[in-house]
Design a protein around this ligand. Structure first.
Ligand code: NOJ
Length: 550
């Protein structure tokens, strides 16, 4: 695998294709639109792209339900458009990684259609079980999206497992033929020239033998029986040995609930790692538990604890993947920042994670400080998980309360089309957009921010440029200060010849900052800030500063 570790020098941009840019006027984002915007992505300083799924799919889970792994969906422009984008990215020195979704397939995939009819060799491609004698489900596990994890199939007269939507059937990775299929898929894309994969819920692919009932977890039953299951490491090792080790590529594993110690079992660079990086969820959990009805208040202490645990936990051994937004979580300005101080807090949030050690990812729209979307009617939601939650969680609460809960928790809050300008449909499409455009597009859009040297967009460019210039951001040791503060996040990054001190205020009020004793600001250079008056140690709302010594 990547002996060169090129991914450590990259900043990735995540494209969620449906909502990025429509190039052919049919209302759906596509690769023609991406091609048009490659220079824009490059202008941010991003030199890598992660594509959320582009494959043919019925779209039950917006592409995470794949019906053909070796093609590009016609609605996105097909294979020809993809090759053009891939070449265009490579010409610009950008790497491209694909989403590998092999915990499950769409039930429309040919494998599933054959498996339900017991046509060989597909009979055991999925996790089929008969009903229990008393007519009960094969076990008590929950689906993460809708109801129980089992669906009865009339054709085969058995249940199949689905940890996500009913139309996303879990593959039986214990079957060597399924693993061979996965390797074929990997080789196909790597031969085509892609540079790696973001591996969707890959830690779920090995289920506990015997699929026992879960008598421990009160909710999300089964989670600890399918997350980090008994053969996970072995299967990842097999993928590495048989495929990845033959290519110069990177692997990034989505890993819900993973802790640094467990992550190191897979990504420890000194111990023959089977993966390069893991996507942790801890930094997303500082304000909510989506399964509870009520959201908790944002806790900066919780967020800092998560960042420090990962920075310290992987130091010298593994490499962090850094992100604050993606397509599965509401927008950060609305969650950890403030819509009232949108510009200031969007900039502060950029600083808060971009100077940590690791490879940062920027999710489309984050770079202009896009905020949550507040639909007036629950029927406007598209996301399968959100719809199920509305119907089934907190049903005794008023419809208004249930809708408000979705505003703050739904993935759709971050899936509205990217706001390119203030023209109709935010310049996303000349047709009818497939999804609602956030009403604030006249105030928040790329075109306006291009013209404003103080915009969030231009701030992102500055941040990315700085993190690439400063060796201490790549290599320096991390240290956190004032961990009990519930308003300020202060950390330093140090190498022998260079150090930075970063302070971020997560407060709507002014806050007094106590500079850590070991730093003398009079000898420092202030290299980045989001306010003009920066002499005072009383920080303004959502103040963010980076000081440099060298
Ligand atoms: C994680 C993906 O990020 C999410 O969007 C998807 O719905 C689930 N995995 C299921 O594939």
């Amino acid at each position: 695998m990547n002996q060169k570790y090129w991914f450590k020098d990259k900043v990735f941009y995540q494209i969620w294709p449906r909502s990025f840019k429509d190039g052919n006027g049919d209302g759906m984002g596509d690769l023609i639109g991406v091609y048009e915007k490659l220079d824009y992505i490059q202008s941010l300083g991003c030199d890598g792209i992660w594509f959320s799924p582009l494959y043919p799919s019925p779209g039950v889970d917006c592409g995470y339900d794949i019906s053909d792994y070796m093609d590009i969906a016609g609605e996105f422009g097909g294979m020809e458009a993809f090759k053009k984008v891939l070449d265009g990215a490579h010409e610009r020195g950008m790497k491209v990684i694909m989403d590998l979704v092999v915990n499950h397939t769409s039930t429309e995939h040919e494998w599933f259609q054959k498996s339900r009819q017991k046509i060989e060799p597909y009979t055991d491609y999925y996790i089929w079980r008969p009903a229990k004698a008393n007519g009960k489900l094969p076990n008590n596990w929950d689906s993460l999206f809708e109801g129980k994890a089992w669906q009865w199939d009339e054709v085969r007269q058995e249940y199949y497992m689905h940890l996500f939507a009913i139309e996303q059937a879990d593959l039986n990775m214990d079957n060597p033929l399924v693993r061979e299929e996965v390797k074929q898929i990997l080789r196909f894309w790597l031969e085509l020239g892609v540079d790696g994969f973001r591996e969707d819920v890959i830690t779920f692919i090995s289920k506990k033998e015997g699929l026992p009932d879960d008598h421990i977890m009160p909710a999300s039953k089964g989670f600890f029986y399918f997350n980090h299951g008994p053969h996970l490491h072995e299967y990842l090792e097999e993928f590495k040995k048989d495929v990845f080790s033959h290519y110069d590529c990177m692997t990034l594993a989505e890993a819900p609930m993973v802790k640094p110690k467990t992550a190191l079992k897979y990504i420890d660079e000194k111990n023959d790692p089977v993966l390069d990086m893991m996507i942790q969820f801890a930094s997303q959990e500082a304000d909510c538990m989506f399964t509870d009805f009520n959201h908790m208040k944002f806790s900066l202490r919780k967020l800092k604890k998560a960042y420090s645990a990962w920075q310290n936990g992987l130091e010298g051994r593994g490499w962090n993947m850094l992100y604050i937004e993606n397509h599965d979580h509401p927008r950060m300005v609305s969650r950890y920042g403030s819509e009232k101080f949108r510009t200031e807090s969007a900039k502060m949030l950029a600083v808060s994670y971009m100077f940590l050690k690791g490879t940062p990812f920027v999710y489309q729209g984050q770079e202009i400080g896009m905020s949550n979307w507040y639909p007036s009617d629950p029927a406007m939601y598209e996301d399968v998980q959100t719809r199920w939650q509305y119907e089934n969680v907190g049903t005794k609460k008023s419809p208004k309360k249930r809708l408000e809960r979705l505003w703050h928790g739904s993935r759709d809050s971050a899936r509205t089309p990217l706001q390119w300008d203030d023209s109709e449909n935010a310049g996303f499409t000349t047709g009818t957009p497939w999804f609602y455009v956030n009403e604030n597009y006249r105030e928040v859009n790329v075109a306006d921010q291009e013209k404003d040297s103080d915009s969030v967009l231009n701030f992102y460019r500055e941040v990315i440029c700085l993190r690439k210039e400063l060796p201490c951001v790549k290599k320096g040791i991390y240290k956190e200060y004032g961990k009990y503060s519930s308003a300020l996040y202060t950390y330093s990054r140090k190498t022998a010849g260079q150090k930075i001190l970063v302070v971020c205020s997560f407060s709507e009020k002014e806050e007094n900052w106590k500079v850590p004793k070991e730093f003398d600001l009079s000898t420092a250079k202030l290299i980045l800030c989001n306010y003009k008056d920066t002499r005072s140690l009383t920080l303004k709302p959502y103040d963010a500063r980076v000081y440099l010594w060298e």
